[in-house]
Design a protein around this ligand. Structure first.
Ligand code: SAM
Length: 255
């Protein structure tokens, strides 16, 4: 997914990318931002998109640096956040080796580590690591392969229980039948026809450790079933679908 892809979808972004902050069932992300926020600190939103997280960051941090490789997404973000004077907007490609990015206390990277290429994802993580101040924290949100498989199982169960009504896919849902075994094993799943990396928890942890992060904690950021299915049945409750939310820090900077 290059910058042009995101430029092209900027205008219809709300139909394509769901708002993980608004859909967070347990409020884990808000609680983390409350814990880490300070008017003396700078936050970086690495891959900010149209700026769904920017109001929450601008309200809690003294300075916010919003970065994305899509100039069109940044234009939309800037328009919707015009009331905040503490946000700076920069066109940046996180996937370029050793691109100077920012100097931040908290680095948010929410559903940006989507490239099927491990090399690309490593470069992004290395750039973010280099941007973190000592004692800084990374908040990484990434699609879960386990959750995609659970969603598949829930749909099978729905079909068994009510064959006639189980047809409520959301447009962005994963259809496993149209994937090869290799794609599924690699977590390369098509969302809106775009191959998108989905991560196992342990895989994501080891990717982070391999570029020099340590893991402070790992949580599920859970969402309602209505993010996966149009009109899910009432019995479909916990466990809910989720993205992985990892708090990381750089070795020797545990606060
Ligand atoms: C799924 S959207 C998530 C946006 C935002 N973080 C959110 O949660 O609403 C992914 C964003 O990552 C950006 N992105 C992907 N690869 C990037 C790269 N190499 N450099 C900078 N931004 C990138 C895209 O342009 C897009 O805006």
């Amino acid at each position: 997914m290059d910058a042009k892809h995101w430029d092209d979808v900027a205008a219809e972004y709300d139909d394509i990318v769901f708002d993980s902050l608004a859909a967070d069932l347990r409020g884990h992300m808000t609680a983390l931002l409350n814990r880490l926020g300070s008017k003396r600190k700078t936050a970086g939103d690495f891959g900010c998109g149209v700026g769904k997280y920017l109001p929450a960051l601008a309200a809690r941090f003294g300075r916010v640096i919003a970065m994305d490789h899509s100039a069109e997404c940044l234009v939309v973000a800037q328009k919707s956040c015009h009331r905040f004077s503490n946000i700076e907007y920069h066109t940046r490609n996180l996937g370029r080796p050793r691109d100077p990015l920012a100097h931040v206390d908290v680095a948010l990277c929410a559903n940006v580590l989507l490239a099927p290429s491990l090399r690309q994802r490593r470069i992004m993580l290395e750039n973010i690591r280099r941007s973190l101040k000592p004692r800084g924290r990374l908040l990484l949100l990434a699609p879960s392969l386990e959750s995609a498989l659970l969603t598949h199982h829930r749909r099978q169960e729905w079909k068994r229980r009510a064959p006639k009504s189980a047809n409520g896919w959301m447009p962005g849902s994963v259809r496993f039948a149209s994937h090869s075994a290799r794609e599924i094993a690699n977590g390369h799943l098509r969302l809106n026809r775009v191959l998108t990396k989905h991560h196992l928890r342990e895989e994501l942890e080891s990717e982070l450790v391999s570029v020099g992060f340590r893991i402070e904690n790992v949580r599920k950021l859970e969402y309602p079933w209505s993010t996966e299915f149009d009109a899910p049945p009432k019995w479909m409750r916990e466990p809910y679908p989720w993205d992985w939310l990892i708090v990381g820090y750089v070795s020797g900077t545990r606060g």
